[in-house]
Design a protein around this ligand. Structure first.
Ligand SMILES: Nc1ncnc2c1ncn2[C@@H]1O[C@H](COP(=O)(O)OP(=O)(O)OP(=O)(O)O)[C@@H](O)[C@H]1O
Length: 264
């Protein structure tokens, strides 16, 4: 169980540019929950993920992963429990290193001497096996540098790296948004596959409402730094995009506005 209590985050506090990005977020994430996160522009979706990962300090609130209170843990320490995949395929991997060196680093997450980039033969066999699951032929390119890969190949590799050592929670921040539609679909299918096979707990920010309804067992909608909708199970699977927009209107009394949100 991951518990987020009364999470508050302000940017530029005390200045004219002050923004209340998270206005008291409460969320209990059950083990195995795959939660899609939607919301209008500036709703606080990325900030929530950044605060969870420890990239931004919070004003107040509490974050617990199981029995561990991680509120004051620095980002690198949280990275032993939390994996992330960003929108930019360049962020999750190290371009100058080879595929196997990247995987070796990911495989040592949370262990001492985590930055040794040597590769053991037994690990190499494991990497080959894991890579072959991607169906991209990367298992035959272990020594190629990651900088040679396409955006989609790189994002697929990032996903594999993020889940090689099972994280307590996987954070996906619009991780297919920068890919062409066909590649985005492949990476999304891989995401579903990895999450299902490993029974991962995941939070996935998406700007695609239909995707948010199709994937995962639970959906939350953020608005102005608050969770304004939290649906799961049958209720979620029965919902349509129109239902979501209506719910938003019912709660906020205004139309859902996003220049990037795909409403179809
Ligand atoms: N590093 C930052 N410095 C200052 N303000 C920020 C920063 N990051 C986010 N904000 C502000 O906090 C609010 C929430 O932003 P956030 O990026 O979390 O929204 P979002 O829901 O991910 O939006 P979008 O869908 O547009 O990416 C916005 O008003 C944004 O301008």
């Amino acid at each position: 169980m991951i518990e987020i209590q009364d999470l508050v985050k302000t940017f530029h506090r005390g200045s004219v540019n002050e923004v209340l990005a998270l206005a008291g977020v409460n969320l209990q994430v059950r083990r195995g929950d795959f939660i899609t996160v939607i919301g209008s522009n500036g709703a606080g979706k990325s900030t929530l993920l950044n605060c969870l990962a420890g990239s931004y300090p919070i004003d107040s609130g509490q974050i617990k992963i199981g029995e561990r209170e991680i509120t004051r843990w620095p980002e690198h320490q949280r990275a032993t429990l939390i994996s992330r995949v960003f929108q930019d395929p360049l962020l999750g991997t190290c371009g100058p290193l080879s595929i196997e060196q990247n995987l070796a680093l990911a495989n040592r997450r949370g262990r001492v001497h985590g930055l040794n980039k040597g590769v053991k033969r037994s690990d190499r066999n494991l990497f080959r096996k894991q890579l072959s699951q991607l169906g991209l032929g990367l298992e035959n390119r272990l020594k190629d540098s990651v900088g040679l890969l396409s955006g989609g190949q790189r994002q697929a590799l990032t996903l594999l790296m993020a889940t090689l050592v099972k994280p307590e929670i996987l954070l996906l921040d619009e991780h297919t948004a920068a890919l062409d539609p066909k590649t985005a679909l492949q990476v999304l299918e891989l995401t579903e596959q990895l999450i299902a096979e490993q029974h991962l707990t995941a939070l996935m920010v998406t700007h695609n409402m239909r995707q948010a309804l199709q994937l995962g067992n639970r959906l939350i909608m953020l608005h102005a730094g608050r969770i304004i909708l939290d649906v799961s199970g049958d209720e979620k699977s029965r919902m349509t995009v129109e239902d979501l927009l209506e719910k938003f209107y019912a709660v906020r009394g205004e139309e859902f506005v996003s220049d990037r949100m795909l409403l179809v």
